[in-house]
Design a protein around this ligand. Structure first.
Ligand SMILES: [Fe+2]
Ligand SMILES: [Fe+2]
Length: 321
């Protein structure tokens, strides 16, 4: 029996081994297939192995010795975890074309981690501001569309999902405090959107999550062109924020050779539905887009802003339209 080594020197050896094992075992008692393996680009980890029953299959059928309790084999090209960053969508006032383009890019990208940067849902119905009587104003209708969009994100199959609360989601809590305090604590964003069942981790408004070496939060109290730099100063580290609907990236040098990055990745809302700002200023300052990142095992995340330019964007070197 060939001894399994870590990391495996040649991923082709493993693929050949799996093909041999599959051929030898005509009917397997589990759903593991070579396609499952290839879907993960040669990345074998405990999660994907368990999900598809691959480890058990290999232990029974393989010619290689996978006797380690968590066999982790990584080809050199798949060491990075892929992260998708979704900025303010303001569902149901999202821009359908921009959303669909982001989703097409996300399916191409196949993220391991998805981060919602807040203001994913608009929560217009519970806003404390005066409401436009021409607009539908039904919370359950709004929530139904928000859940549809979450369904689409869930279908991407990411193993880690972080939902950062924005000031718009926070409208629900403020509404409860001022109008229905008896319901406070019983009616919550995570429960309303079934986030736990969907596998999303929810981060309260004005709090942050640390993904690797990167801080994630909706805002640190400012919304201008320098909000990402102000947030870097607040965290004294690398940070991504939402809230501003602008796309900006700053990289600050560091004498130790560990530059810090601050970024905001635009928004995916509908410009025609903005009633809180002059339309021309919104179009001048705000950018449709999103962000992607590649996370090293040491926690460094290499970031890329993905602006939508004349209805297209590029991910994985592919033009998405
Ligand atoms: Fe927003
Ligand atoms: Fe916001």
């Amino acid at each position: 029996m060939t001894k399994y080594t870590r990391p495996l020197p040649n991923i082709e050896v493993v693929i050949q081994d799996i093909e041999d094992a599959l051929a030898a075992s005509q009917k397997s008692r589990n759903s593991f297939t070579l396609d499952n393996y290839k879907k993960f680009g040669g990345l074998f980890d405990g999660r994907s192995l368990r999900r598809y029953g691959g480890f058990e299959f290999l232990k029974r059928n393989s010619n290689l010795d996978y006797s380690g309790d968590e066999p982790i084999m990584r080809s050199t090209t798949t060491e990075l975890k892929k992260v998708l960053f979704i900025p303010d969508c303001h569902v149901p006032y999202h821009d359908a074309k921009a959303w669909n383009l982001m989703m097409a890019a996300a399916r191409e990208f196949e993220p391991d981690t998805i981060v919602i940067l807040g203001d994913f849902a608009d929560f217009y119905a519970v806003s404390a501001y005066e409401k436009d009587p021409r607009r539908p104003n039904d919370l359950s209708d709004e929530l139904a569309i928000v859940e549809e969009k979450l369904d689409e994100l869930d279908a991407l199959g990411a193993s880690k999902k972080i939902y950062i609360c924005g000031n718009h989601e926070d409208r629900l809590e403020r509404y409860l405090i001022s109008r229905a305090p008896a319901l406070f604590g019983s009616v919550t964003i995570p429960a309303t959107l079934h986030l736990a069942e969907r596998g999303w981790q929810f981060i309260q408004y004005k709090r942050s999550f640390k993904l690797g070496k990167l801080h994630l939060t909706h805002d640190t109290g400012t919304a201008g062109i320098n909000a990402h730099r102000q947030s870097m100063a607040a965290f004294q580290g690398s940070v991504i924020i939402g809230h501003t609907h602008r796309m900006e990236v700053s990289v600050l040098g560091n004498a130790a050779g560990a530059p810090q990055i601050g970024a905001m990745f635009g928004w995916l809302g509908d410009f025609d539905k903005v009633d809180y700002m002059h339309a021309i200023k919104a179009r001048r300052d705000w950018v449709h887009g999103f962000g992607i990142g590649y996370q090293e095992s040491n926690g460094v995340i290499h970031l890329q802003p993905i602006p939508i330019v004349e209805g297209t964007c590029v991910v994985n070197g592919k033009l998405i339209r």
